[in-house]
Unconditional design. Structure first.
Length: 403
């Protein structure tokens, strides 16, 4: 099996999912060949966009996330999607050429907005290889975001709503596969192997006080400075991602409570394991990672919240695993409530079992088996027709041979 995972580096969730899924697939099927490809490298192999503008396509998005400039993204999404439609034929041709060279047996898209072009491109290169869209969001943001209509493909959905959206869009229920959550790296599924109390003390965190983990994904966010100022008397672990400037500012900031400032790390489970609750935006990855580590959430949600993340607030409330606030100024009261109700929040978090990274390989097995069976069906039909023809001729041939 040759599986190709398609990701982008806008935000951190798509690449993180590709890495997590690769690890899960290699654990279950070390004989499979798993390849991860950056979609923008396929569509712009010569980096013409970067040479013309000075920045890679993902850099614009990531810099806005780092600054917290997310207002108006719902309107900008429509413009972006219109541009993709204008470039549709060119993108299809480039993707078809890519897949003629790589010849995957199965393609998994971890990317929104481009799934129509990817499906058409794959069909031009290979009429039979299954195309799968694995949603890295809790829900679709229609139209033309994750779920496209009018194409025969499979979907892997981490929530009931996403699965219902795919079926409502006209896709066959047997092609919509429900998992127990977002795909997380297997490291998030093992129990912490360290002495939590000793490790907290080593970082200067008082084990007697609840600790918050502040996390805004791989790009960090300037809002973390406001959070740190508002909670200067609260012990915090501040995960800044690749935002080294933000980390330096946080280290210089004065605080009455201990702080642990962390730049980009592959050991996010360890640092979340030091904390008791999560503070951040309602991103699907951050929420899922925190819940996997047993942390309830306090999320900032207002008109700056990106459209694809707004359903996550409903999900958080329905499961009772956190609370949302509109302003950073509301954080002290939210933290006080979280500390008072921490035992009940923790119990509800424990009830959520996310094993998606171990479930998806089985889903892909079934999709591949169905594809192989469909490919073999015409061969079997042809063989059956030949066999039937031979049987019909047998009596005549036997008589001719004197049998």
């Amino acid at each position: 099996m040759r599986i190709e995972l398609i990701y982008i580096t806008a935000g951190g969730g798509h690449l993180a999912t590709a890495r997590a899924l690769t690890a899960g697939l290699q654990q279950r099927h070390p004989e499979w060949k798993v390849r991860s490809s950056d979609l923008f490298q396929i569509l712009d192999p010569g980096n013409r966009f970067q040479r013309m503008t000075g920045s890679a396509p993902s850099d614009f998005y990531n810099s806005r996330l780092a600054r917290g400039w997310t207002l108006g993204m719902a309107q900008e999404l429509k413009v972006f999607q219109f541009g993709i439609r204008l470039m549709h034929e060119r993108f299809c041709a480039m993707l078809a050429e890519h897949w003629r060279l790589t010849r995957p047996d199965l393609v998994v898209s971890l990317v929104p907005n481009f799934n129509r072009a990817m499906f058409r491109g794959l069909r031009r290169a290979d009429a039979k290889a299954p195309f799968v869209t694995l949603l890295t969001d809790f829900a679709d943001c229609p139209p033309h975001f994750w779920i496209e209509t009018g194409q025969v493909q499979d979907f892997i959905c981490g929530t009931e709503l996403a699965a219902m959206q795919a079926i409502a869009a006209g896709h066959a229920p047997e092609r919509v596969h429900r998992t127990s959550g977002m795909v997380l790296h297997p490291n998030f599924h093992g129990k912490s192997a360290f002495d939590r109390r000793a490790e907290r003390q080593r970082h200067g965190l008082d084990d007697g006080r609840p600790v918050g983990a502040v996390f805004f994904g791989g790009t960090g966010s300037q809002r973390m400075l406001d959070i740190a100022r508002e909670l200067d008397d609260t012990p915090l672990v501040l995960l800044c991602g690749r935002n080294s400037e933000l980390a330096a500012q946080l280290r210089r900031a004065e605080a009455r409570a201990p702080r642990v400032v962390v730049e980009f790390t592959d050991d996010v489970p360890y640092y979340l394991g030091l904390a008791d609750y999560f503070i951040g935006k309602p991103g699907p990855g951050s929420l899922s990672e925190s819940i996997a580590m047993g942390l309830p959430s306090i999320v900032l949600a207002n008109r700056w919240t990106m459209p694809q993340e707004r359903y996550n607030l409903t999900w958080l409330d329905q499961h009772g695993v956190g609370l949302s606030i509109a302003r950073v100024a509301d954080l002290p009261a939210a933290v006080a409530r979280m500390e008072r109700e921490l035992p009940s929040y923790r119990e509800r978090v424990k009830s959520i079992r996310n094993e998606a990274v171990f479930e998806v390989p089985g889903v892909l097995e079934r999709i591949a088996a169905r594809s192989a069976e469909a490919a073999a069906a015409p061969v079997r039909a042809s063989e059956a027709a030949i066999a039937g023809s031979e049987l019909r001729r047998l009596p005549v041939a036997a008589v001719q041979r004197g049998l």
